[in-house]
Design a protein around this ligand. Structure first.
Ligand code: MG
Ligand code: MG
Length: 278
């Protein structure tokens, strides 16, 4: 996604509080959707569950109708990396699915994704579990870095360093898709790279809200978009995982808007304590 000359949007504390409401509704809706993942369930049924949860909570979908996207979540299964369209596909034991969703409350957006394996622990390919776990932890490493980062580029360094420390060449960080600013729109500047780059990006400042979303693959980094113009798959059909949280930077610290504890539990091992927006 390219943002041209658009400027970074710096949020007030009140605006970030509305984004937190949006994020908490999204977190609950994603949890309900993930809980419904089972063999025999269709991705279309998951979309209906998520849509129902948003409606019940009084939030709107920012995915539905986005460049004519036809659903409220993206469901990306196995070699599908991102932007999979929910529909008649029936989930099978051992499938690796990522569910990416978003919400709007009073015009303020949230965006989050989680991956899971269909059928529970007994059905898992250990290599898929490792892929998802390392993707998730690399996201937390990136979020933890936000607490002390000078530049947005420091986040990509932390994600890259974590992945490199955990894996040999068997896992790759996708470079075609990156994280982004979020606020009064879902996708805003700046880009947030998931890998180290000489390009440091803008300074990280209070009022910035960023979606941190590493995508990792078990094979080659090359992707193609299917004929539906949405679904991104790995060219070599290797499996992919995707995790994402929306995070606020404010004067006193960071707060994960799409986690019900602000990220406290997962950030503790990094020595980072999220600071409430209250
Ligand atoms: Mg997303
Ligand atoms: Mg996103």
């Amino acid at each position: 996604m390219a943002f041209g000359q658009q400027r970074i949007e710096y949020k007030t504390i009140d605006q970030m509080r509305i984004m937190r409401r949006s994020g908490l509704i999204l977190d609950a809706a994603l949890k309900a959707t993930i809980a419904a993942v089972a063999p025999g369930v269709t991705t279309g049924e998951l979309d209906a569950i998520f849509a129902g949860e948003l409606k019940k909570a009084g939030a709107k979908s920012n995915f539905l109708g986005y460049y004519d996207f036809p659903a409220t979540i993206c469901t990306s299964v196995n070699e599908e990396v991102v932007h999979g369209i929910p529909g008649a596909r029936v989930l099978e034991t051992g499938d690796l699915i990522s569910i990416d969703g978003g919400a709007i409350v009073e015009g303020w957006h949230s965006d989050s994704a989680r991956s899971t394996i269909v059928g529970g622990a007994a059905a898992e390919d250990p290599a898929d579990r490792r892929l998802s776990d390392i993707t998730e932890e690399s996201m937390w490493a990136g979020i933890a870095a936000m607490a002390s980062a000078k530049y947005v580029g420091d986040i990509g360094d932390a994600i890259d360093e974590y992945v490199t420390s955990q894996s040999g060449p068997e896992l790759g960080i996708l470079e075609d898709y990156v994280g982004h600013g979020i606020g009064s729109a879902m996708h805003m500047p700046p880009d947030v790279l998931n890998y180290s780059s000489k390009h440091r990006g803008p300074k990280l400042k209070a009022g910035m809200c960023l979606a941190i979303e590493p995508m990792l693959v078990r094979g080659n980094l090359e992707t193609i978009t299917l004929g539906d113009d949405w679904t991104v798959v790995t060219k070599d059909k290797s499996r992919a995982a995707h995790w994402e949280h929306s995070v606020a930077v404010h004067a006193k610290g960071i707060w994960v808007l799409t986690a019900d504890d602000g990220g406290a539990e997962r950030l503790a091992p990094y020595g980072v304590t999220p600071v409430s927006l209250d």
